[in-house]
Design a protein around this ligand. Structure first.
Ligand SMILES: *Cc1c(COP(=O)(O)O)cnc(C)c1O
Length: 370
């Protein structure tokens, strides 16, 4: 079925193992982020089998799905719970990240009702300006949380390079570590998790002499796409093509390069500009923004994406002759991967599902063999 996403499980397993070993060499544990792949249980299983026993997702629905599929892992909710989903969070997540007392009060009440203990990681605002408790409020906040029964602070964390594009550098990591020390001392607590960030922490990790108290990172992009997100550089030794998007040609014709007629807005409300390149070989793919974030696709062939509407993508196929029915393959960036994995229109095709361990033995010889 087309369009489809080819998911190479052996390449994902390879990336996951490499990252576990690399970060583990300095004492940093990994949580595997599953929101990127919409909590796909088959991929989740690969992560667990590759030495990642903690999985984290921003959607409680995805955590529920993985649990129901029988995935054995510690599940962490990666977004502060909304008040309307508290019961599900206590039921399905072992740990959740949090920044609001109103939410923690409800988590506490629900945990008490169910006679259980819900663990929490407090997120600290460190400049990226998405979620987080302001550092100056931290002590007062912890003081209030400690009054609540049924919940237990097991760590603190921070997030970077998601909203504000702020880098997780040495100064930020030292500051987070010092806040962890302060909380531990002031309240006689022991924090199991000092979670320093996400895939964007790669450059800090490679260049730092001292990881300080940081003992955890939450990784999505570097496992799936083999890149660090600050400059989108490939990480040496990792695969950047574990996922491939495949679509089908539904029209192929020579046409002019500039639209003709009276010009108004296009489907998405902009007035597009075109360069006159004379007549060109144009092909249309039967996919559009409903299926994938088209702007995040890079063709494997030497062809160019001219644009897309809801369910058509227009190509300049340059010197290549594409016929109706031909398959056209693309690499994906983070946004494209996220959109494809959540689209009901894209079928999933798992490759190397059965020979992950066989292949891993081969991979110690060369990573370019697949
Ligand atoms: C999405 C997310 C991550 C994972 O980020 P990657 O860049 O994919 O590694 C980690 N932490 C939080 C809080 C997130 O929302």
């Amino acid at each position: 079925m087309l369009p489809r996403i080819d998911i190479n499980l052996a390449k994902i397993a390879h990336n996951a193992k490499k990252l576990v070993d690399m970060y583990g060499s300095k004492g940093i544990d990994i949580m595997g982020v599953t929101k990127t792949i919409c909590g796909d249980p088959i991929i989740a299983k690969v992560l667990v089998n590759s030495g990642i026993p903690s999985l984290t997702d921003s959607k409680i629905m995805n955590i529920k799905k993985m649990r129901h599929a029988g995935i054995q892992a510690q599940f962490v909710l990666l977004r502060t719970p909304s008040l309307s989903e508290i019961e599900l969070v206590v039921k399905y997540a072992d740990i959740s990240i949090n920044t609001e007392l109103a939410v923690l009060k409800e988590l506490s009440a629900s945990a008490k009702r169910h006679n259980t203990l819900h663990k929490i990681i407090l997120m600290i605002e460190m400049g990226d300006l998405r979620e987080g408790i302001m550092p100056t409020d931290l002590k007062r906040f912890v003081h209030e949380v400690l009054k609540l029964e049924g919940i237990k602070i097991v760590g603190i964390g921070a997030n970077f390079a998601c909203f504000g594009g702020v880098k997780p550098n040495e100064a930020k990591m030292d500051y987070l570590s010092s806040l962890a020390n302060e909380v531990e001392k002031t309240f006689s607590l022991s924090l199991s998790f000092v979670s320093g960030g996400n895939s964007a922490n790669y450059n800090w990790f490679m260049n730092t002499e001292n990881i300080s108290k940081i003992n955890n990172l939450r990784l999505g992009e570097s496992i799936y796409l083999g890149r660090e997100p600050l400059c989108r550089m490939p990480i040496p030794g990792l695969f950047t093509d574990a996922f491939k998007f495949v679509s089908e040609v539904i029209e192929s014709k020579v046409k002019p390069s500039v639209p003709y007629g009276e010009i108004s807005q296009n489907a998405f409300g902009s007035l597009p500009q075109f360069q006159d390149r004379g007549h060109m070989k144009r092909a249309i793919l039967g996919v559009g923004f409903q299926d994938v974030l088209v702007t995040g696709l890079t063709p494997s062939l030497d062809i160019e994406i001219l644009g897309a509407s809801s369910d058509h993508t227009i190509l300049d196929t340059k010197k290549i002759d594409l016929k109706v029915g031909d398959e056209v393959t693309f690499d994906l960036n983070y946004g494209a991967l996220l959109s494809v994995m959540t689209s009901p229109y894209v079928s999933k095709n798992y490759i190397n599902a059965n020979n992950q361990s066989l292949w891993l033995m081969a991979s110690s010889v060369s990573v370019t063999r697949l």
